[in-house]
Design a protein around this ligand. Structure first.
Ligand SMILES: Nc1ncnc2c1ncn2[C@@H]1O[C@H](COP(=O)(O)OP(=O)(O)OP(=O)(O)O)[C@@H](O)[C@H]1O
Ligand SMILES: O=C(O)[C@H](O)CO
Length: 345
């Protein structure tokens, strides 16, 4: 399969046996076909379109080496998703908001970058917005920490400006013709890594909005979930904190109501976030920027788990066919595993 995909980069037309192999590969994965709404009738056309699209993407995006490094991910996830979004956008007749949920380092930024590029080739303008762009200002978070010293770092529900997010999504979904839209932006490197809001971006109304974040779409859970919670929620005060954050999460539901669809990037083991985060910091240090130490990384990631634990808040969504349209398993090397739509229970 990989050799066939490598031919995407060469520009030559694949021989008939390669087409047959690509068709068989898809047919052997009915869950994948169902997830992207590919019927048997459309199979051949869809695969041919996907192939041509992949070829043109590689040709026009030489600056994104990840495309060559992750050809199977491109074939199984990014290309079919972008094709599906363009079709859904056409039917919807207004801008479409795609939510993307994934823990730290699962590949949200990479995915939204690649999807935007593919949508561009399909003549759709996409914009990526992170829940991080809705963080309260540095000054506001300083005040928040004075009131509640447990909020040692940005991240948990309570540290975002939800009203700005609601207004933004409303505007993006129903844009006023000719009017620019203001997108809040956040720079994580300011104030010694604590981050602050920066000059917003002014844009024309996009066709597709990719709204990503580490708890986008997560629902509050029953209080008894905290009676025997998973580590690192271990002490009474950890449990109390987790309960309060669970309560705060209710405030975010109006934001999730404005999503048209939700994808979950599901690491095969949520603890991979530590390893991925450490890799990202190493890369940052190698490029000359300052990064966190291993101890700081562990504390930072555990702080997120203590706030909204992936086992409590993400796992239930993996079988929630009402809320979730696609689950993508992410392996330790970041390649995709299973790609499927949750089956109704
Ligand atoms: N499909 C992939 N193949 C290989 N590496 C990947 C892939 N996706 C992401 N990565 C790498 O993993 C790291 C984290 O990816 P990315 O920044 O996209 O994740 P994220 O979910 O946005 O992270 P964060 O939660 O820290 O914002 C980056 O170094 C990126 O290059
Ligand atoms: O840096 C952050 O704020 C967290 O990783 C969430 O994206």
């Amino acid at each position: 399969m990989i050799e066939i995909l490598q031919s995407l980069a060469t520009g030559s037309e694949p021989p008939p046996e390669h087409w047959q192999q690509l068709l068989r590969h898809e047919l052997n994965n009915p869950a994948h076909m169902a997830a992207f709404g590919i019927t048997h009738e459309q199979l051949e056309t869809t695969i041919k379109q996907r192939y041509q699209l992949g070829r043109s993407l590689l040709k026009h995006n030489q600056d994104l080496p990840i495309l060559w490094e992750q050809l199977p991910t491109l074939w199984e996830f990014w290309l079919p998703l972008a094709m599906q979004l363009s079709q859904l956008r056409q039917i919807l007749n207004r801008p479409l908001v795609q939510g993307i949920l994934g823990g730290q380092g699962t590949g949200k930024t990479t995915t939204t970058t690649v999807i935007s590029r593919i949508l561009n080739l399909l003549n759709y303008q996409a914009i990526s917005i992170s829940i991080d762009d809705l963080y309260k200002t540095y000054a506001d978070r300083q005040r928040l920490r004075e009131q509640d010293p447990r909020l040692i770092w940005r991240g948990p529900p309570g540290t975002h400006d939800i009203d700005i997010g609601i207004q933004l999504l409303d505007q993006l979904r129903n844009p006023t013709p000719g009017q620019k839209i203001t997108i809040p932006r956040f720079d994580k490197s300011l104030w010694n890594g604590e981050g602050d809001r920066i000059e917003p971006q002014q844009i024309e109304a996009p066709d597709i909005i990719l709204f990503e974040g580490w708890f986008v779409g997560c629902q509050p859970v029953e209080d008894q979930a905290f009676n025997h919670p998973p580590p690192p929620i271990s002490t009474d005060s950890d449990r109390q904190f987790a309960r309060e954050i669970n309560h705060q999460l209710k405030e975010y539901l109006p934001l999730w109501e404005r999503l048209d669809r939700l994808i979950v990037l599901n690491p095969v083991d949520y603890r991979l976030s530590k390893q991925w985060r450490a890799q990202a910091e190493q890369e940052m240090k190698a490029s000359g920027k300052s990064g966190m130490t291993d101890t700081e990384i562990n504390q930072f990631v555990e702080y997120f788990w203590k706030s909204l634990h992936p086992e409590l808040f993400i796992n239930p969504l993996l079988t929630d066919s009402d809320r979730v349209h696609l689950v993508v398993d992410i392996q330790p090397d970041h390649s995709v595993g299973r790609v499927y739509k949750p089956v109704p229970r």
